[in-house]
Ligand binder design. Sequence first.
Ligand code: AMP
Length: 402
Amino acid sequence: MKTIGDLGDLRGKRVLVRSDLNVPLDGSTITDDGRIRASLPTIQMLTQMGARVVVCAHLGRPKGAPDPAYSLAPVARRLGELLGAPVAFAEDTVGPRAHAAVDALGDGRVVVLENLRFNPGETGKTAADREEFARQLASLADVFVSDGFGVVHREQASVYDVAKLLPHAVGGLVEAEISVLRRLTQEPQRPYAVVLGGAKVSDKLGVIGNLLGTADRLLIGGGMVFTFLKAKGLEVGTSLLEQDQVDAVKGYLDEAADKGVEIVLPVDIVVADAFRADAATTTVPVEQIPADRMGLDIGPRSSELFAEKLADCRTVFWNGPMGAFEMEPYAAGTKALAQSLADVSKAGGLTVVGGGDSAAAVRQLGFSDDRFGHISTGGGASLEYLEGKELPGLTVLEEDDA
Ligand code: AMP
């Protein structure tokens, strides 16, 4: 796979960079700019080389047509502030404004194109659906740099198809992400624990199967824990439950027992009478979740147990919050877990927080990035990498240039 250094002299060349700038927004206010910051080094490297940098990215899930709520304009502004240099913004992605903005770029200057997903071709299902849009994107540049780690698991026009049309290289962020994840899959230092949380078990079942072959301990929290508790025969009240995954989870519990992988489940749960911050809450043992209550966080005894199970670990990967942390009464489990990881880092272990949402969670809870070994910008991508799946956005970079 070529890196930017292999692309030769880029002075005056138009370089299309696929970045991941999918930041959380409250109206037009960016609530966590972690992904923009993570994208800076590659963009800066290119501007310093004198390239004309054309940044493309998506934001949210607009339906293949322009929607002002998902405009990248605030992101372009923030990127300019962080770069300390003017950043142009094109109000379309591949139309006349994009062409005019790219034509006007000086050497070492940057333009951000409007949201890729305002164009149906970006996420088209087949290569034919994406072809025309990929061609239009490619017409804006001389070379392509793939630096959006959060999307490398997607076969999309700006990630996959465009790489077939232009000389291409992997960007520094994707390189850095892969080199850390490789340390988790190839002879991780042991004990190696994986902590999974978040809302959807079905998204994470594949990775659990694969991790049973590599991890020593699997700690489960968040909304997905109730499918595990159900699989162990416990009642879960009105908590999140994926009934159709219960049998699959039972299978994994058996497999873990056979392989000697320790599965650590919470022992107590914070339950509430509604999915609201002002709901009436209590903490109960996992065996006593009332029929009319929902579990919204792991309890304090569980946090202690998880801390003990992580204390001697040399490697920890964490994806997904332990509770509905966005609401203060249910944030304690996620906060305690972040602290446990920070402690492992301090003791010299490698800690990796996987996923934009988990990363935003730890920052929102007051932890700075340097408390962890690595904060990945890609949740889905890092999970698929750990699952051992082929990531189309990486495979295509292995291919020879067009
Ligand atoms: P995911 O995208 O699968 O990582 O899920 C993240 C979401 O899971 C966050 O928005 C949390 O609020 C939510 N979550 C975590 N624990 C629970 C829970 N016990 N009940 C409902 N939602 C939860």
